[in-house]
Design a protein around this ligand. Structure first.
Ligand code: ZN
Length: 505
């Protein structure tokens, strides 16, 4: 065996251990979010943190850095898109990122995040923003310091964005978001000036058992492999991966609202299809996962919105749903049901927002966090800035902060900067990829209206899923679409779909 083959083998063994430790930590977290009794919380928090710390220590071992240095000539001699060159390239990137942040700082930040999260869980129901100000001010300070471990940035948010969406820059995203809100704001105005659509058919009693069974029947059709995954119940729906053979989703069922559980299930199944579709040859390495927050969200949005809020999908599945819930939906027409699941309204809460307004909620948060990082907005002035932005963009403002700037956990239990952009970029990309899929496989909508998803799922697996993290998001977008990120397809998608549901200018 050559020396570089030997070293590559050693690197893979070390990386597999890191991956196994992270997966074991993920199992602990999954259990906490699904079945663990409340009494386990304190010990579990400690156990999850311990697993993360051991994995981190193993990963930043100088021996890993030495192996990466020694393997650099091998990486350069191999094709850029080969598994091994990609492994060395991506591991080096992650390694260099990890070693720059002192472990003491990480511990300090994580301790502060727990305290901030705790304060938020008490302050939000009491609508007491004031109580969270000192926590948020410290979070802002720590977020700035975190960015400063990566000197040479163009904008202070860039290093923070890099954690979730590597290779995307503040200036690029700002330009895209400003173009997007320029198109969305008039669209929302035109739609919400019309009579609101009636969605009462969704707000009847739908027993949990039948809801779960219907959702699982659908995602099985999508291609979610239940021999390599499962679904459970939780408070905040999520997807998690323990290995290529075990990718799990958790959903939330409300018996008085059919949409809540069903679209959570199809959303999370999109994340899971991505993870189940990663090439098994990449298993146990940093490449064996979706490549960025935006790419991941593009897949959850594809299956949740483009597919399962689409007309072709319900042409096949609505009769099935009527059979499952004959008393509730037997006399409700497909048209009425389709309008109900695609009802657009000005609303205050991001996670409840419809497809047309959703990105505006995200863009508002992105702009506010940039202003805070730039020093142009002080934490104490956040509620006022929030309400002004909502009024300008969505024509509605919250009467209390619990429904305003305190609604999302991100700033309170995480960092300020880099955590929101993926949600809106995901919407843009879902439509951009779908347009490409249609060019290659024009039969997709017809297939979907027959309850089949092989063409779409196959195209996504071939072009996106199997690559895992071999390519950065910008690289992958370029490979798949032949150009950079573009809001055109998303605007076309929204105008075509909602032009059929509302009168548009
Ligand atoms: Zn998601």
């Amino acid at each position: 065996m050559t020396s570089s083959a030997h070293k590559l083998g050693e690197l893979k063994i070390r990386l597999r251990e890191v991956s196994d430790l992270n997966s074991a930590g993920a199992v602990l977290y999954w259990d906490q979010a699904t079945y663990m009794p409340p009494g386990g919380a304190e010990a579990r928090g400690r156990q999850v943190a311990l697993m993360a710390r051991i994995a981190q220590e193993k990963f930043i071992d100088p021996a890993v850095g030495k192996l990466l240095d020694d393997l650099q000539p091998l990486a350069e001699s191999l094709p850029y898109d080969s598994d091994d060159a990609s492994l060395i390239r991506v591991t080096r990137r992650e390694y260099e990122k990890a070693v720059r942040i002192p472990p003491d700082f990480l511990a300090l930040f994580s301790e502060h995040s727990s305290a901030g999260y705790q304060a938020w869980t008490e302050a939000r129901p009491a609508n007491n923003f004031k109580k969270t100000i000192p926590f948020l001010e410290k979070t802002l300070d720590l977020s700035r310091r975190l960015a400063d471990f990566f000197p040479g940035y163009e904008h202070i948010a860039d290093p923070l964005i890099n954690f979730a969406d590597y290779g995307m820059k503040t200036t690029t995203i700002r330009k895209i978001f400003s173009a997007l809100s320029g198109r969305l704001v008039p669209l929302v105005q035109a739609i919400t000036a019309q009579d609101p659509r009636d969605d009462s058919c969704l707000k009847q009693f739908f027993p949990e058992k039948e809801q779960l069974a219907f959702g699982e029947m659908v995602i099985k059709r999508f291609g979610f492999d239940f021999s390599r995954g499962r679904q459970d119940k939780t408070h905040h729906p999520f997807e998690t991966r323990f290995s290529s053979g075990d990718v799990r989703i958790a959903t939330r069922i409300q018996e008085n609202d059919f949409g809540d559980g069903f679209f959570s299930t199809t959303h999370e199944s999109g994340h899971a299809l991505y993870e189940q579709g990663v090439d098994p040859a990449l298993e146990g390495t940093p490449l064996a996962q979706g490549t960025s927050a935006a790419l991941h969200e593009s897949q959850s949005r594809t299956w949740e919105n483009i597919v399962s809020r689409g007309r072709p999908f319900w042409e096949y599945f609505y009769p099935e749903l009527q059979k499952t819930f004959p008393d509730q939906l037997g006399s409700v027409s497909l048209d009425t049901f389709y309008r109900a699941i695609n009802r657009v309204s000005r609303s205050l809460i991001r996670t409840d927002a419809d497809e047309v307004t959703y990105s505006l909620h995200v863009i508002i948060r992105f702009e506010l966090e940039l202003k805070m990082l730039e020093g142009a907005l002080e934490v104490k002035d956040l509620p006022e800035a929030w309400n002004t932005a909502y009024l300008e963009n969505l024509g509605i403002a919250p009467s209390k902060d619990s429904e305003g700037c305190m609604q999302d956990v991100h700033w309170f239990g995480g960092q300020i900067g880099g955590e929101f952009q993926g949600y809106a970029l995901g919407n843009i990309l879902s439509a951009q990829f779908y347009e490409e899929a249609l060019k290659a496989r024009p039969e997709i909508p017809l297939e979907i209206s027959g309850g089949k998803f092989d063409a779409l799922h196959g195209w996504l697996r071939e072009n996106i899923y199997r690559h895992g993290s071999k390519f950065t998001a910008p690289e992958l977008i370029e490979r798949v679409t032949g150009k950079g990120m573009d809001i055109g397809p998303y605007i076309r998608y929204l105008r075509t779909k909602y032009g059929g549901l509302y009168r548009l200018p």
